[in-house]
Design a protein around this ligand. Sequence first.
Ligand code: AMP
Length: 282
Amino acid sequence: MKIVESIHEMRDIAERTRIDGKIIGFVPTMGCLHEGHLSLMRKAREEVDLLIISIFVNPAQFAQGEDYDRYPRDLDEDIRKASEIGADIIFYPGKEKIYPDNYHTVVIVEKITNKLCGVSRPSFFRGVATVVTKLFNIVRPHKAYFGEKDYQQLVVIRKMVKDLNMDIKIIGIPIIRESNGLAMSSRNLYLTDRERASALSLSRSLNRAKEMVDSGERAAERIISEMKSIIESGRFTEIDYIAVCDPEEFEDVDKIKERVLIALAVRIGKTRLIDNCIVEVK
Ligand code: AMP
């Protein structure tokens, strides 16, 4: 496995791989790799000739006062895990290369980025869409893999790729959870033991929501209220949002008639966690 820090070298490798007629798969990450990331990489490994992962903690998707500086970083462990999966290249560019001093361009996906996480993090998706576009232009993948853990992000990337006619297949991968239900996230490392125990209420509330729909409940309001009481019964919790919405445009749904996304963001102490599930009406 090769570590590539230079944009020029990365583009060269991508160009040669394409000329050879080989398929490039890409898994963008912010590092501190866990089983969630590794499941994307394993899936990609099965499907492509050259597997490139990127590790870049993207300053453009963190607002002032968010956790950019203290975001967990562990390159040595990441290298070990990625090479165990059989990744071919870790692209590790560093922020001065991605955003030089005279950098002025952004990519904005409208409308769907104003909902859910976009309300409390108004510049987040602009940062994500911009960096993913740049990484796509450098790595030039045929296929790119994103987790359903960040469901809105996956939909935003799909929309951007379609709207901007990017010739890349976007593949969504199911959420990987700890055995206790907690969705894996690099930010789980911030949690104290007591906060971690409280954080279990997120997946518990989603399971309860699913159960309610399965047993015939159709009123989003009653589902949200039940989820709220489960989450608020835990300590250190502050709900950012709980939404029952359509999974494409994220418009709120009052009465559940078809497939819906149930999504939430909750602060546990200082740590903001997200989770979601798709619920089908049987
Ligand atoms: P991040 O490093 O947090 O930016 O995540 C990189 C990619 O891994 C994104 O596509 C995430 O959606 C995905 N990912 C993170 N956590 C999980 C998880 N628990 N299950 C599945 N995918 C995940």
